[in-house]
Design a protein around this ligand. Structure first.
Ligand code: 2AM
Length: 489
């Protein structure tokens, strides 16, 4: 067997097959392998017919076909399957070879696997691949992290197959793929992408809900609104598909969207984002509300019962419809700025905690095309980080600062009216609450610290003394004078 293949891909579900076909289109020779080996032959006889794609019927055969250092990419179910394959691959590969996991793995698993594979003298890459089946075939967003030494060997393949966006300044085609960072950084950024995706979808759903119930609009009318929105600052894949979904008719000619049961599913990456935010102490309130909103939607039977006990009032918004549509667009835009601000705060905290040197502008570029949250908005984030690579907080960038200021009146109007009319807007309103909290020089946490010191002697700092000096008060005159030793932030 002559080693002539550039890369192997293990896992012939649709994502794996499409990535292989994409690599083949770009002139790379790929070996395909799958646990159920019959799928290799099926693939070669059908989708891969007439291409340069090779098949292997064992991992040994696969390894023999690969040029060195060998590059083997796993596109298998996240979890045990990845660990099992790593174990088997360690038996057929050699030091210097590279194992890549392109599945939706939890970043903590990727941290562990990177260390493990490196301890055997091989290299490891855990990479986010976003864009669904179509993205995998035509150009996904790819977010690789892991062993830095492996990146130069993988870069030409990944950047060739990734989505491309045009740099507005130079006109050059930039790949939506760059090195993210060490260990689990790639999968962390992909997880955050998915969390932000949850947020974006929820925001669009809240805008739809207000237009539907508050303004009494039909799907066709809302289709027109989303069409218009997709020509402005909200232009994005998710607005575009929403536009098309609203125009879609069922077989009987009525809007299909009205026939779809209102209970949302989830696979877990939004939840992981929220769990990580809790561990790092970062308020990604909007993504959290988006995850919980799916949970509320799933309680369909209970909601149907509760609706009988608490029937809705008249949800109609008074006033000019076109004006409201403008206000809703601004509420959506401002909330979206908050969501991305929170997402970037989370990545910044994770980078510090896990020791990753994240390139924030590069991440915006990777998300700019190919993936589900792709949008012109991410181009603005990229610009903000290009202008100021050490930008601490997106809200403080002049462009976003001005944008929020121009939206804030409409945002308050939409949230307060929705609240009065009983239309739930958890993401719009939590975004506004975060904004108001974040821009408050003084919050009521002074009282909270007093309460903690009262019942638990947790101590407090004073406004008239330097930070880091802790005080305890004997609030009742009967407690001890000793502060709690277990004080933690
Ligand atoms: P299969 O075709 O043999 O089921 C998506 O499910 C991909 O992950 C498929 O290629 C599938 O292989 C593979 N896969 C799922 N669970 C696996 C496991 N425990 N071990 C190996 N491959 C697995």
């Amino acid at each position: 067997m002559e080693p002539r293949a550039d890369i192997a891909v293990i896992g012939l579900a649709v994502m794996g097959q499409n990535l292989i076909l994409n690599m083949n289109d770009h002139g790379f020779t790929v070996v395909a392998y799958n646990r159920t080996v019959s799928k290799v032959d099926e693939f070669l006889a059908n989708e891969a017919k007439g291409t340069n794609i090779l098949g292997a019927h064992s991992l040994q055969e696969m390894a023999g076909l690969l040029k060195k250092p060998r590059r083997v990419m796993l596109m298998v179910k996240a979890g045990q399957a990845v660990d099992d394959f790593i174990e088997q691959l360690l038996g057929v590969l050699e030091p210097g070879d590279i194992i890549i996991d392109g599945g939706n793995s939890l970043f903590e698993d990727t941290i562990r696997r990177t260390q493990y594979v490196e301890s055997k003298g091989l290299f490891y890459i855990g990479t986010g691949v976003s864009g669904g089946e179509e993205g995998a075939r035509r150009g996904p967003s790819i977010m690789p992290g892991g062993s830095p030494a492996a990146w130069p060997h993988v870069k030409p393949i990944f950047q060739a197959i990734a989505a491309k966006v045009t740099d507005p300044k130079t006109g050059a085609q930039e790949p939506c793929c760059d090195w993210v960072g060490e260990g689990g950084a790639g999968h962390y950024v992909k997880m955050t992408h998915n969390g932000i995706e949850y947020g974006d979808m929820q925001l669009i759903c809240e805008a739809y809900h207000i237009m539907k119930d508050g303004l009494g609009m039909t799907p066709d009318e809302m289709h027109e609104v989303f069409k218009e929105w997709n020509e402005g600052e909200l232009k994005s894949y998710l607005i575009e598909i929403t536009r098309d979904i609203l125009a879609k008719k069922d077989d009987d000619g009525t809007p299909l969207v009205d026939k779809i049961l209102d209970t949302a599913g989830q696979k877990g990456t939004g939840k992981w984002t929220v769990i990580s935010s809790q561990e790092l102490g970062i308020p990604i309130t909007l993504i959290a509300e988006a995850v919980y909103s799916r949970c509320v939607s799933a309680l369909k039977d209970q909601r149907v019962e509760a609706a009988k006990h608490f029937p809705p009032g008249d949800p109609r918004f008074a006033g000019d419809r076109q004006q409201w549509i403008n206000d809703i667009r601004k509420a959506l835009y401002a909330s979206k700025i908050i969501s991305y601000t929170q997402g970037y705060m989370l990545m910044r905290a994770a980078a510090q905690h896990y020791g990753w040197n994240l390139n924030y502008g590069g991440i915006a570029l990777m998300w700019r095309g190919g993936c589900i949250i792709r949008s012109v908005f991410l181009g603005e984030i990229k610009k903000a980080f290009d202008k100021n690579p050490s930008l601490e907080n997106l809200l403080l960038d002049p462009f976003f600062k001005k944008a929020i200021k121009s939206c804030v009146r409409s945002w308050r109007k939409v949230v307060s009216t929705a609240v009065r009319k009983g239309i739930p807007v958890p993401a719009f309103s939590t975004a506004l609450a975060f904004f108001d909290g974040f821009r408050s020089e003084r919050l009521p946490a002074n009282l909270l610290q007093a309460q903690r010191d009262y019942f638990g002697a947790h101590t407090y700092e004073r406004v008239d003394r330097p930070r880091g000096e802790f005080f305890h008060t004997n609030w009742t005159g009967t407690g001890g004078r000793v502060a709690s030793g277990s004080y933690t932030v």
